[in-house]
Ligand binder design. Structure first.
Ligand code: PLP
Length: 409
């Protein structure tokens, strides 16, 4: 008799994006001539730059000839790509050995799977609000109690709320936790941790033999040189932190699919030897993963060339110009906005105590603009919406014209 993994029943989510779609559809059917501007989704829209296209084309060409064809590669990723990633980190003054990189088909799956190398009893701390995969992967693995619909929290998790009182950067936990998920630049708030803030988490982790899982998927959007681009800029981080990153937003690979995870040899936790967590992740990958697409990896290698980096950074600058247009428009009408300076997301406070969904409805019905309700990312997101700067500039400008003209605040 087969039984299901009943932890799945605890999941509260699956509600945010379907509900956005439902409300947008209902509005559209009542207003068939309305054009809905989408400022909600974190999906890239601009074409891949030429250097990357060349890399992809060349690899496809090679696959079409028997003497240059290649099949399965190493589960950990192709050596030239791992070496190029190591060089990329050297450019930030950080020394990560090429064999500490595990190339993946994207950050989301790694962020979901990484918990599998840790014991069931670990106490998990998460930033609130947060990208949902950190919470949900630990819920289905049985590390929580039930979802409490009154508090919007799962029993058993330690929530680290981000709010205006701490400039949207949580402090270290007051109690002892074992694993902490941090995301900087943050999705959804757009807040970025500075060296001192990140150092305090690293110090906490070393003191308590905890592990930080650091999602740096938006690191390329940091333009302020004083902000850390990787957790390994922080002293002691190699002993206590795993970093996950992605080519998705960095290089427009949301559909191409490529990412990486760094598990340093020095990483340790309470009952492990140095090197053991690295070996466990290696074991996990060779057992359950057959490597990222060799075409994607060739594209990734092109991203990391001088020309590739400069072309990808030009696309990022384009999105960040969108972020500026959005921020200035929202501020013009008196809204409180954070993010959008070193991150592609803007976090906008609802005026007059509106809930996230009430503010969402206002954007939809008054301006025909779709945003994302902050409460969908965790209870501390209540009273905010997230706006994304991914989109064509002309669409962003039209949406902002509508907001500035029509939103009553
Ligand atoms: N991490 C964060 C914080 C994200 O916002 C996203 C995507 O939106 C991801 C990871 C997923 O990245 P990937 O496309 O590499 O799976």
């Amino acid at each position: 008799m087969a039984t299901i993994n009943t932890h799945y029943r605890k999941l509260s989510a699956g509600y945010l994006f379907p509900e956005i779609a439902r409300r947008a559809k209902a509005y559209q059917s009542e207003h068939p001539d309305a054009f809905l501007h989408k400022l909600g989704i974190g999906n890239t829209t601009e074409a891949l730059p030429p250097a990357i296209l060349e890399g992809l084309h060349n690899k496809i060409e090679k696959l079409g000839h028997v003497d240059t064809y290649s099949g399965y590669g190493d589960e950990q990723g192709d050596t030239p790509l791992r070496e190029a990633l190591s060089q990329y980190y050297t450019s930030f003054g950080v020394d990560i050995k090429s064999d500490e990189f595990f190339v993946s088909d994207g950050a989301k799956a790694d962020a979901a799977n990484i918990q599998s190398i840790f014991g069931d009893g670990n106490v998990i701390a998460i930033q609130d609000p947060a990208y949902p995969v950190y919470v949900d992967s630990n819920v289905v693995s049985g590390r929580t109690g039930s979802f409490n619909s009154e508090t919007g929290r799962y029993d058993g998790f330690v929530y680290l709320p981000a709010h205006s009182g701490n400039n949207f950067i949580p402090s270290v936990p007051e109690e002892k936790v074992d694993i902490m998920y941090l995301c900087s630049p943050n999705n959804p708030t757009g807040a970025v941790m500075n060296h001192e803030q990140l150092q305090s988490f690293v110090d906490y982790a070393r003191t308590h033999k905890a592990v930080i899982i650091y999602d740096a998927a938006y690191s390329e959007f940091i333009s302020d040189p004083s902000l850390p681009r990787t957790i390994y800029e922080i002293e002691g981080a190699k002993e206590c932190a795993i970093e996950i990153n992605s080519f998705s937003k960095f290089a427009g690979f949301t559909g191409v699919r490529l990412g990486w995870t760094i598990v340093p040899h020095q990483l340790m936790c309470e009952n492990s030897e140095a090197g053991e967590l690295h070996k466990l992740w290696n074991r996990r990958q060779v057992t359950f993963f057959n490597g990222a697409s060799n075409i994607s990896q060739a594209g990734g290698l092109s991203v990391l060339t001088e020309r590739g980096l400069s072309e990808c950074r030009a696309v990022i600058a384009y999105y960040m110009n969108n972020a500026r247009i959005i921020r200035e428009g929202l501020q013009q009408i008196g809204l409180e906005v954070i993010g959008g300076k070193n991150a592609p997301y803007l976090w906008v406070k609802s005026p007059n105590g509106l809930t996230s969904w009430q503010f969402f409805d206002k954007f939809l019905t008054e301006c025909q603009v779709i945003v994302t309700p902050g409460s969908g990312f965790g209870p501390a997101g209540e009273g905010y919406v997230r706006i994304s700067s991914f989109g064509h500039k002309e669409h962003i400008e039209k949406a902002m014209l509508s907001i500035v003209k029509n939103l009553s605040v």
